[in-house]
Design a protein around this ligand. Structure first.
Ligand SMILES: [Fe+2]
Length: 277
């Protein structure tokens, strides 16, 4: 990777509640989201991408969330690109979000952004109070038309429902339905990567030859070692840093600013010599 790489901060599944209520009676998701957006400054992002579940269970939080993201956009001096998730009612991510978009698609949350030659396309995968997400035929036609003209530094897609399965049995069949339709649209395009949320579990995969990064959640994450038939939520908060270079892409999870324990040490790294970290 090089100094010319573009940097995206990927925040997902904020699960905000109305009136500042605590998620599961203990997690201040507004504070966690604000802290992640403040911490994003550390990476000087070219854009912040938020991949859905802004609200928890349809809570009326989107006006407040739009203000929070606008504040972050001003502080970070970069756009905040938002798509809805299955906890966000239809139409809740409307015109108050994605103010820097250069084009819109069949749904208000289908948006196109251009930053430093990198195109970022947000897609609404619907699914409020449904078991899985979907892309409509008009959305796929629109996406194919947009991708017909390549962007100078390629394209990244942002959508809530992953087009690949989760390793967690409780999440089986809850991703994007008919992922092969999306794969067919993306074949031969300039899409370099796909950013998703939804699983509350960091996962790397691919759709055809395109890398897919499912970011860990800001609000809480699933415990893969939970007993069979049970879902355990972990009180952890993460976001991701995505580097997009010429022919390269990387995704790095970042634990939120208040991890349970921090061990600090200084390590002298000799120039041009391997070091054990
Ligand atoms: Fe979620």
């Amino acid at each position: 990777m090089s100094a010319n790489d573009l940097t995206l901060v990927h925040v997902t599944d904020t699960h905000l509640l109305a009136g500042g209520a605590l998620l599961h009676g203990r997690i201040d998701t507004w504070a966690r989201t604000a802290e992640a957006l403040e911490a994003a400054a550390r990476f000087s992002p070219d854009a912040v991408v938020v991949t859905g579940d802004i609200a928890d269970r349809g809570a009326q939080v989107h006006a407040g969330a739009a203000k929070l993201f606008e504040h972050a956009a001003r502080e970070l001096r970069c756009p905040v690109i938002v798509v809805p998730g299955n906890h966000d009612p239809a139409g809740s991510v409307g015109a108050t979000f994605n103010r820097k978009r250069i084009a819109s698609g069949p749904n208000p949350a289908d948006t196109v952004h251009m930053n430093g030659g990198l195109r970022i396309i947000g897609l609404d995968t619907h699914g409020f109070r449904e078991s899985a997400g979907r892309l409509s035929r008009p959305q796929l036609h629109w996406l194919r038309a947009v991708l017909a003209i390549p962007a100078p530094r390629g394209t990244v897609l942002a959508l809530h429902h992953p087009p690949i399965d989760s390793v967690l049995p409780a999440l089986a069949g809850r991703g994007l339905t008919r992922p092969e339709e999306l794969a067919a649209v993306l074949a031969g395009s300039d899409v370099k990567g796909i950013l998703c949320g939804h699983y509350h579990l960091p996962t790397f995969g691919s759709l055809g030859s395109i890398p897919v990064w499912i970011g860990p959640a800001v609000s809480y994450n699933h415990n893969l070692l939970a007993p069979d038939g049970q879902v355990h939520d972990l009180d952890t908060s993460w976001f991701s840093v995505i580097k997009v270079g010429a022919g390269q892409l990387s995704a790095t999870p970042v634990q939120g600013p208040r991890p349970a324990a921090v061990m600090s040490r200084e390590v002298a790294v000799p120039a041009r010599q391997p070091a054990l970290l």
